[in-house]
Ligand binder design. Structure first.
Ligand code: NI
Length: 229
């Protein structure tokens, strides 16, 4: 399941992130790549342990945890400290097809997670660059994703994915992984669909409609049944 979440960051936050990041030193993106992905990864990253990456990462996490659609889609247990990358046409940047590492450890915080979901938060506008699409493969085929600055996509970390070669401009993004309380992707998808339907019913019938209350109970009981906390 791929879920897009619009307006996680406001345009003024995106502009502020970009201004701060423009003044930073960047390093080779292969510093955080696994053995296979290092072979196909060509981009730059903010040094993951740098104070500025952590500070911006905390701002991203605060925005995520305040976003109902993101929480509903991901049901996060632990969010890995967000990383930041950029792809520049001048340097022929790209990231070939790969699967993300199954487990990620952060040596600064000691956090270790199973990567159930991958997230890309776009920090460039689509018209700033050509190429640089995130391509995610799932059971239903291959999906090309290029969102507005401040929007994000959540997709299964188990999926093969890539970033196509960038041919004009610069693409800046934040990316990270999370461990969900709901490990099973199908169960997580059912819960998300149920929640989305309940929210629509609440809009139409109000929160105290008896059947809506029952469905809300079923929603929580399914989480109770499936959640690992
Ligand atoms: Ni990846």
């Amino acid at each position: 399941m791929l879920v897009c979440v619009p307006n996680v960051l406001s345009k003024s936050d995106v502009a502020d992130f970009r201004r701060i990041m423009d003044g930073c030193d960047w390093e080779d993106g292969r510093s955080t790549a696994g053995a296979q992905s290092a072979l196909v990864k060509r981009n730059e990253q903010l040094p993951p342990d740098s104070e500025i990456a952590r500070r911006l990462g905390n701002r991203v996490v605060s925005a995520l945890t305040a976003n109902p659609r993101f929480i509903s889609a991901a049901i996060p247990l632990q969010i890995f400290p967000p990383l930041f990358n950029r792809y520049a046409a001048a340097d022929g940047h790209r990231f070939g097809i790969h699967v993300d590492n199954a487990v990620r450890g952060d040596h600064l915080t000691g956090l270790r997670i199973r990567t159930d979901l991958s997230v890309t938060l776009f920090l460039s506008e689509p018209e700033e660059y050509d190429g640089g699409e995130l391509v995610v493969e799932d059971l239903y085929g291959s999906h090309e994703i290029k969102l507005s600055g401040g929007d994000l996509v959540v997709y299964p970390a188990s999926s093969l994915h890539m970033v196509t070669p960038i041919t004009r401009g610069t693409r800046v993004a934040s990316f990270f992984w999370l461990q969900s309380m709901i490990r099973d992707a199908h169960a997580r998808s059912l819960i998300f669909d149920l929640d989305t339907a309940i929210q629509a019913l609440v809009e139409r019938l109000g929160r105290d409609d008896p059947e809506t209350v029952k469905l809300t109970g079923i929603y929580h009981n399914l989480i109770r049944y499936w959640a690992e906390v």
